[in-house]
Design a protein around this ligand. Structure first.
Ligand SMILES: Nc1ncnc2c1ncn2[C@@H]1O[C@H](COP(=O)(O)OP(=O)(O)OP(=O)(O)O)[C@@H](O)[C@H]1O
Ligand SMILES: O=P(O)(O)OC[C@H]1O[C@H](OP(=O)(O)OP(=O)(O)O)[C@H](O)[C@@H]1O
Ligand SMILES: [Mg+2]
Length: 285
């Protein structure tokens, strides 16, 4: 265990907070019990967690005050901090869009000369610069949808998840998706990873794989095992063991969670029986 704990920033509130703590807990780390706790040491695992606003996390990691952190890709890009994405974490997914009164705007070129309200000034200004569009960008902390109705802006640029907030405000997205975001693990840009980082990453990776794969078991006759194994090649190679019943084998392989039901149908068609799916809780591959 390294002497100096790995210092990790975790979202303290908002859309990413609960899922971030969940993934860390699943990876075997202690997490705070009370949302008022600002920091938590986990000396047995050689780490220390700091609960911070997700918008500030890239700044702490960029300055090197903290080693790594969990935040949104959109917030990382918006910050302009000296931090980089290490691995996407598969939760907190959102899209970043321009939106305006339904049927008033249809294309990005109409942003020329417009007043745009957003909480993501960095992302919006970069997008406009890249396209040579001049517009007035106003930073708002939240509830940006209301700014149009109040006459502060013509257009907004914001995170869209289900789209229900936009619909409720009578707004619709237009133009291409500016950015696809999800929670990401970030580190200091270009820096050598600190002590303890490899273990931390392997543990998180173990949870991500366990979430996206399931274990499949089935029995099949030996003459069909090659066809069956072609459908379930596993990660390294499936385990094939003899069964007491003459001419039959048992196969065990990890398969992607999505499409697992279809795979079960195909195996059944092929003659497999006793097909079982079980969750994987953690793994090291
Ligand atoms: N429905 C959503 N609303 C806002 N952000 C979302 C949503 N779904 C995912 N996210 C992601 O969460 C991050 C923003 O989290 P943050 O905590 O800063 O704002 P928030 O969830 O809107 O919370 P609050 O507005 O209460 O402070 C971004 O990376 C964003 O893409
Ligand atoms: O597409 P949806 O599922 O409706 O989610 C997107 C909305 O959620 C967020 O607002 P939030 O609730 O965080 O309030 P805020 O504007 O005060 O940040 C975001 O800024 C959008 O307004
Ligand atoms: Mg918000």
């Amino acid at each position: 265990m390294p002497e100096k704990p790995l210092r990790i920033a975790v979202p303290n509130k908002g859309s990413l907070s609960q899922s971030a703590s969940e993934i860390l807990r699943e990876a075997g780390y202690r997490q705070r019990q009370d949302s008022k706790e600002l920091a938590l040491a986990d000396p047995e695992n050689g780490v220390e967690f700091f609960y911070l606003r997700p918008r500030d996390i890239a700044l702490y990691v960029g300055e090197g005050t903290l080693d790594i952190g969990i935040t949104g890709r959109d917030l990382l890009l918006d910050s302009g901090a000296h931090a980089e994405e290490i691995v996407p974490l598969g939760f907190g997914r959102s899209r970043f869009h321009f939106a305006g009164p339904a049927d008033r705007f249809s294309e990005i070129a109409q942003l020329q000369g417009a007043r745009i309200a957003t909480s993501y000034v960095g992302v919006v200004e970069r997008f406009l610069d890249e396209r040579g569009i001049e517009a007035t960008v106003t930073r708002l902390d939240g509830a940006v949808e209301t700014s149009i109705q109040l006459g502060v802006a013509d257009v907004i640029a914001d995170v869209v998840e289900t789209g229900s907030t936009l619909r409720a405000a009578g707004l619709a997205t237009f133009g291409e998706v500016v950015l696809e975001s999800e929670a990401v693990l970030i580190g200091h840009h270009g820096a050598e990873r600190p002590a303890g980082f490899d273990i931390f990453l392997r543990r998180l990776d173990g949870v991500l794989v366990a979430r996206s794969y399931v274990m499949m078991d089935y029995d099949i006759t030996s003459d069909r095992v090659s066809d069956a194994v072609a459908l379930t090649p596993g990660i390294e190679s499936p385990t094939v063991s003899p069964l007491h019943r003459e001419g039959w084998v048992a196969v065990r392989a990890m398969v992607p969670r999505t499409g697992a039901q279809r795979l079960m149908d195909e195996l059944y068609q092929l003659g497999a029986r006793g097909i079982l799916l079980t969750d994987i809780h953690a793994c090291r591959l």
